[in-house]
Design a protein around this ligand. Structure first.
Ligand SMILES: NC(=O)c1ccc[n+]([C@@H]2O[C@H](COP(=O)([O-])OP(=O)(O)OC[C@H]3O[C@@H](n4cnc5c(N)ncnc54)[C@H](OP(=O)(O)O)[C@@H]3O)[C@@H](O)[C@H]2O)c1
Length: 318
């Protein structure tokens, strides 16, 4: 039996759906039923029910966006650093392997090739980098699991949310047997305030940047596949291969959904941060080759995006 934590959340719902589709025996726990955030409560549940594997899709995300974490720092720290540590310690004490949904937002930028050398560039909105990405995306490479987070409390500036996610990873690495699955900007075909493709359509103005992103269903499948193929425990970047600019995503939305509106973009970071955002945003490219080497393949990002838009299900108002 698999224990799924956070099944009521945006990512957790998809784990529940996929586990059901795979015919896997699984149970869900919600804090309202059993307060799994308490070490003794969780450990005694694990010892009694003896799951073979635990999936942690619980955590604290700011709503409607990461700015909300700045005014809810205790909840953010609890959900993203203390909770994973509690689960890691309880699973280690009970001898149960587990997987933790982390985030790629602990990085900013990408590695960029210039004059035969790869150099980390933290801000991909610089005009010369922007032009290079459109002309030669092969000059850009993502951060690997070996690279230290560069958008974290150790390497500021960062958002408080990203800082707690990086600290959470740091605190659980090496405790028991775990997968750390890095999700990044989830999207899919289901219109929802949590879906990146919906967010872009609802913003008054769009922030243009370059990112690796994860189709929600593809992400969940890849995480469960890693466990099923018995891949070595450790950190995995779980994003659809490639990177896209927000402008390219807007072009796809226009081409497929043909929305009855024009899209405009914030002129630059100065305008974006003075009007629409408070805390720094992470925009980054991640390298997915470790996942591929483990035998788990995800669709290229262009394919996953196009397919989501072709199968788009608008949100029904109740
Ligand atoms: N959505 C994204 O854009 C995104 C991107 C990258 C990574 N992630 C990571 O993915 C994980 C799940 O995110 P999500 O978007 O599915 O979040 P969500 O919709 O807010 O759901 C999270 C679930 O976590 C549980 N939980 C446990 N402790 C909590 C706390 N202190 N505060 C709030 N909820 C708590 C809640 O379930 P119960 O109350 O039922 O137990 C809640 O339903 C998080 O670790 C997040 O950092 C999300």
């Amino acid at each position: 039996m698999i224990l799924l934590l956070g099944a009521t959340g945006y990512v957790g719902q998809n784990f529940a759906r996929e586990l059901k589709a795979r015919g896997r025996d699984f149970r869900t726990l919600s804090r309202a039923q059993v307060d799994y955030t308490q070490f003794t409560v969780l450990l005694s549940w694990l010892k009694k029910e003896k799951p073979d594997f635990v999936v942690n899709a619980a955590g604290y995300t700011g709503k409607p966006n990461v700015d909300a974490c700045e005014s809810a720092r205790a909840d953010t720290l609890q959900g993203n650093t203390l909770l994973p540590v509690t689960i890691a310690q309880a699973c280690a004490a009970a001898g149960i392997p587990w997987g933790h949904v982390s985030s790629g937002c602990i990085y900013t930028g990408a590695k960029v090739r210039a004059d035969g050398q790869w150099k980390v560039e933290k801000d991909l909105t610089q005009p010369h980098l922007w032009r290079l990405f459109l002309k030669d995306p092969g000059s850009f490479a993502g951060f690997t699991e070996e690279d230290a987070p560069n958008f974290s409390f150790r390497d500021p500036p960062c958002s408080f949310y990203s800082g707690t996610k990086a600290l959470g990873e740091e605190a659980i690495v090496g405790v028991g047997q775990s997968y750390i699955w890095r999700l990044r900007i989830p999207f899919d075909e289901e219109d929802s305030p949590r879906n990146y493709l919906s967010k872009i359509q609802r913003y008054s103005k769009v922030y243009n940047n370059v990112n690796s992103i994860s189709h929600r269903g593809d992400f969940v499948k890849a995480c469960l596949d890693l466990h099923e193929v018995k891949a070595p425990f450790g950190i995995y970047n779980v994003t659809n291969p490639g990177a896209v600019s927000t402008e390219q995503v807007v072009q796809e939305i226009k081409a497929v959904l043909k929305p009855n509106r024009e899209f405009s973009f914030w002129a630059d970071d100065k305008e974006f941060y003075s009007v629409a955002a408070q805390t720094p945003r992470s925009n980054c490219i991640l390298d997915g080759s470790k996942l591929l080497k483990a035998g788990v393949k995800m669709r290229p990002v262009s394919e996953a995006l196009r397919d989501s838009l072709l199968r788009w299900k608008p949100e029904t108002k109740s």
